[in-house]
Design a protein around this ligand. Structure first.
Ligand code: JAH
Length: 260
């Protein structure tokens, strides 16, 4: 998979040389290329920003350096890449989107700074890219670079061969729409705190049942919004019991917060 990243702070992306993603790049599973937006300016000061039309605080990224940078990305590489533009005004990135992006031949990330990029660039880019404004959640960063680090890690690890043991991809958080169960390792007793007895029992059916209950308990407590997506028809008596304790009931085939 080919990934291009355009930024005025290319050093921010040096973290992609490390760990799992760095190894995948060495192994040529991921072809990540970082470009400096200022290399596509033509003035002495390498200017990338200017004041906003209509007034207001802050600066806006100028259109022409972006057009030059994105045209250079199109010069070599697969046709009609997806252009991801990190923005608090984007659609929220999730594991489903990560899987979708992991199936692509060519992903391009445009890291904005300041108050964002001149909107005409986003419209112009639709001629040659599938443009996707994407948010990581409802908070504001100083620019898109940190969001791109998160997305490249989430997407890259789903590319076949990048994660050594593919079983660890299906078992983990969000694979089944629920939060992960709690995990423990040795010693079994630590500072007067014990590992739950069931995990030492060697009874694999009991362990699987306990873990599933813990997933429902945690999800109800921390992310009740996720339970709306659970198909109530797939729930067994043990699931319904733990969800009942956590304040959820099935009404007309959907999970709802219990009355009172
Ligand atoms: C801020 C350009 N939802 C995470 C996120 C993503 C991008 C930005 N902020 C937050 C951002 C300023 C300029 C992008």
């Amino acid at each position: 998979m080919r990934i291009d990243i355009v930024s005025i702070f290319p050093e921010y992306l040096d973290a992609l040389d490390l760990s799992l993603i760095g190894k995948a790049r060495q192994e040529r599973l991921l072809d990540v290329r970082v470009r400096d937006l200022r290399d596509f300016t033509t003035d002495r000061h390498r200017t990338v920003d200017d004041t906003p039309y209509g007034g207001g605080a802050g600066m806006v990224m100028k259109a022409e350096p972006w057009a030059q940078a994105l045209e250079s990305v199109l010069e070599d590489g697969p046709r009609r890449p997806v252009l991801v533009v990190p923005s608090p005004a984007g659609a929220v990135f999730d594991q489903t989107m990560a899987h979708e992006f992991a199936g692509l031949d060519h992903l391009v990330f445009a890291c904005g700074r300041y108050e964002g990029i001149d909107e005409r660039v986003i419209d112009w880019a639709r001629d040659s890219f599938d443009v996707r404004p994407v948010s990581l959640g409802d908070y504001v960063l100083n620019g898109g670079e940190v969001a791109v680090l998160a997305m490249v890690e989430a997407v890259g690890r789903l590319v076949p061969g990048v994660v050594g043991n593919p079983a660890s991809l299906v078992e983990e958080s969000h694979a089944d729409g629920l939060l992960e169960y709690p995990v423990y390792t040795k010693p079994s007793s630590w500072r007067d705190r014990e590992v739950p007895e069931v995990l030492l029992s060697g009874n694999h059916a009991r362990i699987a049942g306990w873990r599933r209950s813990e997933q429902f308990r945690r999800t109800a407590e921390r992310r009740p919004d996720l339970l709306a997506e659970v198909d109530a028809g797939t729930l067994g008596p043990a699931d319904l019991a733990v969800l009942g304790e956590a304040g959820f009931d099935v009404v007309d085939g959907v999970l709802v917060r219990s009355a009172r």
